[in-house]
Design a protein around this ligand. Structure first.
Ligand code: ADP
Ligand code: MG
Length: 728
């Protein structure tokens, strides 16, 4: 057998589970590497402690002197745990996390040395960040950006490094990262939602959006993954014939977890515990070698940080267990892809989940207010929401006849559909006492606190209400949640602001009572938002047709979907809420287009390389064997040879045809790439890569996959699907 593949297979099949013993009870180690409340109380002066708390709760500024004290405490805590370096930890627009480590260690002029870390270093750092994507912002304004401490996400220790979560901004204040706009969106929704809450409870002072992500991923043996240049360089297989057995038996889903994988998960969970990431569930997913991990939900900014950190930790722990984690949305053709469901809600500082039905008519009216406003926001901004999850890799999932479609719709279940239907009948203007009583007793008062049909929810919906939260399911598994969360929180914030204005106007100008005004506005919202509600099969063709009639967008590719990001509607939204100015929005748009182009460009190059340098030579080798065989048959059978060598000759021809197919298509693809590269404009280039380059992938792949079926397994160099998917 081809040596590279056979060595990899030998290595993979001889693996024993890597032993792992838990250090202690989870609760005993949870957060022990986080500069959390307990650590702050112990290591900070009471002034410094209060300073951080105020910053977290009320967004107050921390002055330099206070920062010095905080840094001192943080350093003591970290040194006690054997830490030697510190870094500002941030999320540039590359989609991964970035860090630049500096040692605490410093020398003085007398030849001595100390461990130093002051307020200056805590608050601000200048990474040499000229190579992070910035969409021209820095070129236009300043040469460099800097990172600044985000006290709302606690510092943590990873290995021997103190990591300080930070934002990353240019000197002129433009956001160069994912976190900055997210923090601004969270603050916008806090402000808007708190105002709306006051209709129902004057005591509410703060609303915190919550996020619980569910991370899906594939685990592939390290040796096998490394044996495939496509996995190594693009995170997915660009070719490979589907395995005879795939996921059709559904024997993997919720099946028992293999020991090797289980040990990996156990160690991963322990690492998460130290870092304060509250992981809770683990299980197999639908596809072979696919798994899922989910935490207890948290405040959104922290949850986003934790997801980014987790993805990093997952890869590092995997290394120790000889696995590679594939976060790509579609690493294998023909088996399910991976997503990252974003469960989202809003919580008040009085302890109420605003998307959880309550026990009294008043609390249910509050629930309905937030519920209906969210639906309306999604209806108005569906294309922007779609744009927030658009990436080259997520294109393989969305709209590709697999969870979920590229059309954004909202599923709410039968019970709530009925409630909305009844609310639609509310009279205009003042309500009679009888109608009010009826609404309170029979509509709002009858919403059960457990919504039964929502436990049996529609799995094909990209945005589903699941009892006490919305679940945004179309987010890609490799994405940073911040993109989707910034958009979702922004559109709901804007919607709640408008709602407040409308209700106030009815109270002030029309003399309606508060609840009458709320009912009146909600009734109109229900009427206006019907288009987005869909309870049926989201994968069906009928829905595509229906959605088109309803005027919903259906962007199947990233370049098409991204346009909504720079629409007038989007620029106004982000501008009005001070989340991003037009320069920041446009810069992001450009970065995302460029990223799309680069991804397709790399895939094209890798595919061309594998097809020409792995597949064709192997095919020729096999073809030569066949030719030898035919020659031999001719020697033995003389002029009758054609009869006995018929199949071989057909095979020789077939192989030649595929080789020709690969060669000519790779040439044409390269030409298409060259043309695309010369277009200059980011959008035109991305479009060309999407429309003119990418279509070759499928054709080239088909030839390669056919050859895989024809060529002797012994000499095939590329590790096959069945080996990648079923080696445990
Ligand atoms: P599944 O969708 O797989 O059935 P669950 O419904 O139990 O799983 O929960 C999925 C995720 O939803 C978990 O990460 C959980 O923490 C999160 N979640 C639950 N309640 C909320 C909430 N109020 N806000 C945000 N996330 C939540
Ligand atoms: Mg889920």
């Amino acid at each position: 057998m081809s040596t590279f593949r056979s060595e990899a297979l030998k290595e993979a099949s001889s693996r024993k589970p890597v032993k792992f013993e838990e250090a202690d009870k989870k609760s005993a180690i949870f957060g022990s590497n986080v500069f959390n409340d307990a650590a702050m109380k112990k290591f900070l002066t009471s002034d410094a402690y209060k300073g951080v708390k105020d910053a977290v709760q009320h967004g107050t500024k921390i002055d330099r002197k206070l920062a010095d004290y905080i840094a001192m405490g943080m350093k003591e805590w970290a040194l006690a745990k054997g830490v030697t370096h510190y870094t500002h930890w941030f999320q540039p627009l590359t989609g991964t996390t970035a860090e630049k480590h500096d040692a605490f260690f410093e020398t003085d002029f007398e030849g001595g040395s100390v461990e130093k870390f002051g307020g200056g270093q805590l608050v601000q750092q200048e990474p040499d960040a000229s190579s992070f994507p910035n969409g021209g912002i820095r070129n236009t304004f300043e040469a460099r950006g800097y990172t600044a401490w985000d006290p709302t996400s606690p510092a943590f220790i990873f290995g021997t490094t103190l990591c300080i979560p930070t934002v990353f901004i240019s000197y002129t204040g433009e956001a160069l990262d994912y976190k900055t706009p997210l923090l601004r969106a969270l603050s916008a929704i806090d402000e808007a939602a708190t105002e709306v809450c006051k209709y129902f409870d004057k005591n509410v002072k703060k609303v915190t959006p919550t996020l619980g992500w569910e991370q899906e991923y594939f685990l592939v043996d390290k040796a096998l993954a490394n044996s495939r240049p496509d996995i190594l360089l693009t995170g997915r297989t660009l070719l490979g014939h589907t395995s005879a057995k795939g996921q059709q038996l559904e024997d993997h889903y919720f099946g028992s977890i293999p020991t090797r994988v289980l040990n990996y998960m156990r160690e991963l969970e322990e690492e998460c515990m130290y870092l304060g990431i509250p992981v809770k569930t683990r299980h197999n997913e639908v596809a072979p070698n696919q798994y899922e991990l989910a935490p207890i939900f948290e405040e959104t900014n922290l949850a986003v940080d934790h997801n980014s950190l987790l993805m990093d930790v997952m890869q590092k722990v995997a290394e120790r267990h000889d696995f590679k984690v594939l976060f790509h949305e579609k690493p294998f053709m023909g088996v399910n892809g991976s997503g990252k469901h974003n469960n989202w809600s809003m919580a008040t500082d009085t302890g109420i989940n605003l998307l959880s039905p309550g026990k009294t008519p008043m609390s249910n009216l509050q629930f309905l207010t937030f519920f209906i406003n969210t639906i309306k926001a999604v209806n108005v901004y569906e294309s922007l929401l779609r744009a927030s999850i658009a990436t080259a890799s997520n294109d393989h999932r969305l709209g590709a006849n697999e969870a979920p479609p590229a059309i954004i719709s909202v599923f709410i279940g039968q019970q709530l559909t009925k409630v909305l239907e009844e609310l639609e009948g509310v009279s205009t203007g003042k309500l009679s006492p009888a109608e009010k009583t009826d609404l309170k007793l029979n509509v709002v008062g009858k919403i059960p606190d457990v919504l039964l049909d929502n436990t049996d929810r529609n799995r094909t919906s990209p945005f589903a209400f699941t009892g006490n939260k919305f679940e945004f399911r179309a987010v890609g598994s490799s994405a940073n949640c911040a993109n989707a969360m910034t958009t979702l929180n922004a559109i709901v914030a804007k919607q709640l602001k408008d709602f407040k204005k409308e209700v106030d106007a009815l109270i002030d100008k029309k003399g309606l009572k508060k609840d009458e005004a709320v009912f009146n506005v909600l009734r109109e919202y229900i009427k206006q938002s019907k288009n987005i509600l869909f309870e049926g099969d989201g994968y069906s063709e009928a829905w595509e047709k229906e959605a088109k009639k309803r005027g919903l967008s259906n962007f199947k590719t990233t370049p098409a979907a991204l346009k909504a990001k720079v629409s007038k509607q989007a620029l106004e939204l982000f501008g009005e809420l001070n989340i991003m100015n037009h320069v920041e929005v446009e810069a992001r748009y450009e970065i995302e287009l460029e990223e799309y182009t680069k991804k397709i460009q790399i895939e094209g190059r890798v595919l061309g390389d594998i097809a020409r340098n792995h597949v064709i030579p192997t095919a020729i080798r096999y073809q030569n064997t066949l030719i030898e065989n035919v020659k031999g048959l001719k020697e033995i059978f003389g002029k009758d040879f054609e009869k006995v060598a018929k199949e071989q000759i057909a095979l020789i021809k077939e192989i030649s045809a595929h080789i020709e197919g690969i060669n000519s298509k790779v040439d044409q693809m390269t030409e298409a790439r060259k043309k695309a590269n010369n277009l200059g404009d980011a959008h035109k280039t991305a479009d060309a890569y999407c429309e003119k380059v990418k279509p070759y992938f499928e054709v080239i792949r088909e030839h390669c996959d056919k050859l895989e079926l024809l060529v002797d397994d012994e000499i095939w160099t590329l590790t096959k699907y069945r080996e990648l998917l079923f080696t445990k």
